[in-house]
Design a protein around this ligand. Sequence first.
Ligand code: ATP
Length: 231
Amino acid sequence: MALIIDHVTKRFGEFTAVDQLNLRIPKEEIFGFLGGNGAGKTTTFRMLLGLLDKTEGKITWNGKAIDYETSNLIGYLPEERGLYPKLTVKNQLVYLARLRGMEKKAILQELEKWLERFKVPEYMNKKIEELSKGNQQKIQFISAVIHRPELLILDEPFSGLDPINVEMLKEAVLDLKEQGTTIVFSSHQMSHVEELCQFLCILQKGRPVVQGSLREIKRSFGKKNLRIHGD
Ligand code: ATP
């Protein structure tokens, strides 16, 4: 098991946002966190990334705590997208990827490849503010994967995207898995999880109510009972 979440709890004052989460996430698989608004998905991701202190519990990636040293092995697409509107796509990505320790030449090569793949090579010199929200999201996805992380964390990657862009991003996620990336993503929609994941956890009010392999869960509960509000 690559990612181990061991009895993790997060309290904000009296309020418990994540309650005794205990998960084993296998390497080179896609793992889905399914849950409605306020279920605790983003809070879990922030703890995974070390952006938020845990109240209790332990998280390890390949047996090591995730800290400053290991954080470069991780890619993150945050729920609140954060790009600099006045920068060009090229300058934005060069800026962000250099923080990850990449050389400019390698950044530009990777960026070119991704823009081709997303069928928007002409965006290289466009300003972020000139792009639609969906296209900004694709740029943010590129910034999460450009340094070829071992572990990729995607917070609601498909929200706000049109069906064509959803498909494009799903294909990219599946290819990254084939290349050996471990991927954890959150969604409100069972359909996304069913299509991509081998393993999943359904969170409700910070508690894992169902977890395991998709095949076993479907066998035990039947598809109908797995519908989440909004799906
Ligand atoms: P969504 O799908 O709406 O993004 P989520 O599953 O990602 O939901 P979280 O953002 O993790 O949910 O929030 C879980 C709960 O913790 C919510 O009730 C939220 O209001 C609360 N919460 C999150 N961050 C804080 C904070 N910094 N202080 C207090 N409460 C917080």
